[in-house]
Design a protein around this ligand. Structure first.
Ligand code: PLP
Length: 505
């Protein structure tokens, strides 16, 4: 240690810690923050769903690095004025833009408690790890996985899918792949998914070192489900050409229209072909909690791994992604790595191995499990399932209204909670509809998004938020019809459509 450092630490006084000088002051302000955030959730419907960020607000986040201290009350005022009004809007019942959950006050409180504990769930023997294991066990039961299955919280399904690709890789090539790399024995590994699958799977293949070309996109049927004969044919063709198929990723709820692949048939195919069967169930997997929906997910219980998000249909505040792996040993084989400073003991704080750091790339990890535990316990899975059922019923209502409205056109079969439709326009229908979506967003009435279906732009309404009601669907449709009428009448070209839009979410 340098002399200056030693001097500084010697002269530290308790008053120089980061704790408040007066705990009563922070308590009072903390209570106000809590009241304000509970009011925010309770009265969210009174706000615009989203509003454009004024230039001066954006500019205020190009401020100088703060060298000195500021009063917490002043910082909180900045939060209230500059941050709180300009969020995505997914807490609002009128938000149907992307597949975003609405969060709950319960989750918010649990997040505060987790921050208070400041737990690091990379490992060691403390009860927060048992809370995470409790959720793993509940997920094991919900999805009918055997004892020995393992699971872990991650940021989101993009990360969970990447980790599943890595577990499948280690299973296919053996543990030595972790030293030798994927090119070690010259095998050319290939994976398979449908053309409707989420873009993060291609990204996972890229990051895992296979390259995105090693992911074969298989065509879908008219319900956007993977075409099984085409999949079999592609696997056979690849084997014939000297490739080594190792993984099939099925979708339980595609991002564009909510299609669910035939998971039972996929699991049979994977067993016969000796391939790892992973399910991307980002939002759809929790459909098993809805009795009317669960039969459509049949076969998910045979998956080798499942990725899902509690922050979508589970309504847990961001972020709370999750990976469940049927064979925990394969999971640990992929990620566990010895290190002297992570040595395990049978007693003391270094006991309780294996640790979550043996199941993923992260060593430092927050307590995502707590807000999920609070959510599952406070509401119970029946209530959460009822919320999912209701989202699908609302999608059915929106579908019926679209079909009944001559000015609108349904763009894809509604299978779950996502409705793709558009305003009929004689000219430039893509451009007119892109503008309608932006107009609706800027109006603050509702938020929808766009996607491309067979080359045509569709307005996409994803109903995920537990607060969304019939009146929100009606408001979205009225706004689409109103702006549609204006846009169809105007010759103005405001938006240029990008032919390769960013990934839907
Ligand atoms: C089907 C599907 N897979 C993967 C993802 C990515 O999940 P995340 O945003 O949690 O990383 C999404 C996001 O909506 C999705 O819908």
């Amino acid at each position: 240690m340098t002399g200056a450092l030693r001097e500084a630490s010697l002269h530290s006084q308790p008053s120089e810690t980061l704790d408040p000088k007066n705990w009563d002051d922070i308590r009072a302000l903390g209570h106000r923050m809590l009241d304000d955030m509970i009011d925010y959730a309770a009265n969210i419907g009174d706000r615009p769903v989203w509003q454009p960020i004024p230039d001066e607000v954006r500019a205020s986040f190009q401020a100088k690095l703060p060298r000195g201290a500021s009063d917490l009350a002043d910082v909180y005022r900045e939060f209230s004025d500059l941050i709180l009004p300009y969020t995505t809007g997914n807490v609002h019942p009128g938000f149907m833009g992307w597949v975003h959950g609405g969060g709950t006050a319960v989750g918010m409180l649990a997040e505060m408690l987790a921050a208070g504990l400041n737990a690091n769930l990379g490992g060691r023997d403390h009860i927060p790890i048992e809370v995470e294991r409790q959720i793993v066990e509940w997920m094991r039961l919900i999805f009918g996985f055997p004892h020995g299955a393992s699971g872990i919280f991650v940021t989101g399904t993009s990360m969970a899918n990447l980790m599943a690709v890595l577990v499948a890789r280690t299973t296919a090539l053996g543990r030595s792949v972790r030293q030798g790399g994927v090119a070690e024995n010259g095998a050319m590994l290939t994976a398979y998914t449908s053309s409707a699958a989420h873009g993060c799977i291609s990204k996972a293949m890229d990051i895992a070192g296979f390259g995105s070309d090693a992911l074969r996109y298989v065509e879908t049927d008219r319900f956007h489900r993977i075409d099984l004969p085409a999949l079999r044919e592609r696997i056979a063709r690849d084997r014939g050409a000297g490739y080594t198929p190792f993984l099939v990723v099925g979708s339980a709820g595609t991002v564009d229209i909510g299609a669910i692949d035939d998971l039972a048939a996929l699991s049979t195919l994977c067993r016969e072909e000796r391939l790892w069967f992973h399910v991307d169930g980002a939002f759809g997997a929790l459909g098993v909690l809805a009795p009317g929906l669960a039969p459509r997910l049949a076969g998910i219980e045979h998956a080798d791994s499942i990725a899902l998000d509690f922050h979508k249909w589970g309504q847990v505040p961001y972020d709370a992604g999750f990976l469940l792996v049927r064979d925990g040993e394969r999971h640990r084989d992929t990620f566990a790595a010895p290190a002297a400073y992570l040595h395990r003991e049978t007693r003391g704080l270094a006991a309780n191995s294996p640790w979550p750091c043996d199941l993923g790339p992260d060593l430092s990890r927050g307590f995502r499990a707590l807000k999920t535990w609070f959510t599952l316990k406070t509401y119970g899975i029946e209530k959460l399932g009822a919320v999912i059922t209701r989202s699908c019923a609302l999608a059915g209502y929106l579908e019926a209204r679209v079909v009944a409205e001559p000015k609108l056109e349904l763009m894809a079969p509604v299978q779950l909670n996502i409705v793709c439709f558009r305003y009929r326009a004689a000219d430039n229908a893509d451009r007119v509809n892109a503008n309608i979506v932006i107009d609706v967003q800027e109006s603050g009435i509702a938020v929808a998004s766009t996607t491309l279906l067979e080359g045509q732009l569709a307005i996409r309404a994803a109903i995920v938020n537990h607060r969304t009601d019939v009146s929100d669907i009606d408001a979205l449709l009225s706004a689409v019809l109103e702006f549609g009428g204006q846009r169809a009448a105007s010759r103005e070209d405001v938006v240029l459509i990008d032919a390769s839009p960013p990934l839907a979410m």
